[in-house]
Design a protein around this ligand. Structure first.
Ligand code: EPU
Length: 344
């Protein structure tokens, strides 16, 4: 197995931080992935798996072995009376896959267009946008369970319910480092119904008749491009914090104090109502939109997005995040949790 020493990761993390991997290998098959893990274990090296690097804060050079999953391939595997089943390799780019699904008359994923990152990373944080979450389309996920040493038990298929999808959360986040995703199987309903529950999206397509999947796709791309920075131009990892979920009494008391507060009803917890607060609103209302601290800052169009102006590093970014978290806690008594994963 040939690894590369001191491999630059600047183009493999969407913040564009100038960090290196002590040892690096790209794997294009499950067998190569297995060899890479064996190599790390045999040499007692810590190992890190990266896909598109779009949900990471790499704040130091990575020790040990960094494994870049590049397992490719996408195909329609079967159709039932109601669903098309599609397999996609973990290394495929998510947005290109959404485009491919539309080109192959398999619409349904268009609300998730332009989300950066790979298909293998999609189930990990249960990517979501404009009223959709990938968990709803996932049939199963093929993984390498690194806690197993037995060859047969090592390769597993996790069903949708095994994945325990919740808002930006899954079994993969609960037990980080345990599973490495190699392939995802999606179950796409054959009957297409546009999902227009996000008001701005509905407004965008209101005058289009008949409404086609490609129109929704174009509208989603338009809305995202207007609000979210392109990581190739300005380093970022999309939303930096989760939208906090609070109980009804917390919501009502905040709404009373801050009548403009933006919040939505969320899933109930043990039968009691919960509310999702728009973290972007909380941060914006504290005056942070466009705020800059050294080489990093808060995006001027969307306060939930932190950006690297070019020469920033992970430490500066995490300092900024802490400043925001402390202010939000002091003003609203609400804790903001970070969405991207910190490495090492
Ligand atoms: N808002 C402000 N100021 C801001 C930003 C937002 O007042 O600076 C208000 C908006 O007016 C709006 C509300 O907050 O009423 C919600 O904003 P937006 O619709 O932009 O969505 P979001 O809650 O900030 C979430 C996801 C995004 C996803 C959008 C659209 C999370 C953490 N983020 O953002 O996902 O694209 O909804 O569905 O759930 C990502 O995860 O990286 C991501 C971009």
């Amino acid at each position: 197995m040939q690894t590369i020493i001191n491999f630059p990761l600047k183009s493999l993390n969407s913040f564009g931080f100038d960090v290196k991997a002590k040892e690096f290998i790209a794997v294009e098959s499950s067998a190569n992935l297995r060899s890479a893990i064996d190599y790390a274990q045999a040499h007692s090296l810590p190992w890190f798996v990266i896909g598109g690097g779009s949900n990471l804060v790499i704040h130091n050079d990575l020790p040990g072995l960094t494994i870049h999953v590049q397992i490719m391939g996408k195909k329609l595997v079967s159709k039932t009376a109601t669903h098309a089943f599609v397999d996609v390799g973990a290394g495929e780019n998510w947005h290109a896959f959404v485009q491919w699904s539309l080109d192959n008359q398999l619409p349904g994923l268009e609300n998730l267009a332009l989300i950066p990152g790979t298909c293998g990373a999609a189930p990990i944080q249960n990517i979501g946008a404009y009223g959709c979450e990938i968990g709803q389309w996932i049939d199963s996920v093929e993984v390498l369970d690194t806690y197993e040493s037995d060859e047969d038990r090592m390769w597993q298929t996790l069903t949708r319910s095994d994945c325990q999808f919740q808002y930006r959360h899954s079994v993969f986040k609960k037990d980080p480092g345990r599973y490495i995703v190699t392939q995802v199987r999606l179950a796409i309903p054959l009957v297409w119904r546009p999902n227009l529950q996000y008001a701005e999206l509905a407004k965008h397509v209101a005058n289009i008749s008949p409404l086609l999947p490609k129109d929704v796709f174009a509208a989603v791309c338009h809305i995202r491009q207007a609000k979210l920075p392109d990581p190739k131009v300005l380093g970022n990892a999309g939303s930096f914090f989760h939208n906090p979920i609070v109980d009804e009494s917390t919501y009502l008391s905040l709404k009373n104090q801050f009548p403009d507060l933006v919040a939505y009803p969320s899933d109930t917890l043990n039968g009691t109502p919960q509310f999702k607060l728009a973290a972007g609103w909380l941060i914006d209302a504290c005056g942070f939109k466009g705020f800059r601290q050294g080489n990093v800052g808060v995006y001027h169009q969307q306060a939930l997005v932190l950006v690297n102006y070019g020469h920033g590093n992970g430490k500066e970014l995490l300092d900024l995040a802490r400043t925001i978290q402390e202010k939000i806690h002091a003003v609203y008594g609400v804790d903001l949790t970070q969405e991207p994963i910190n490495l090492p």
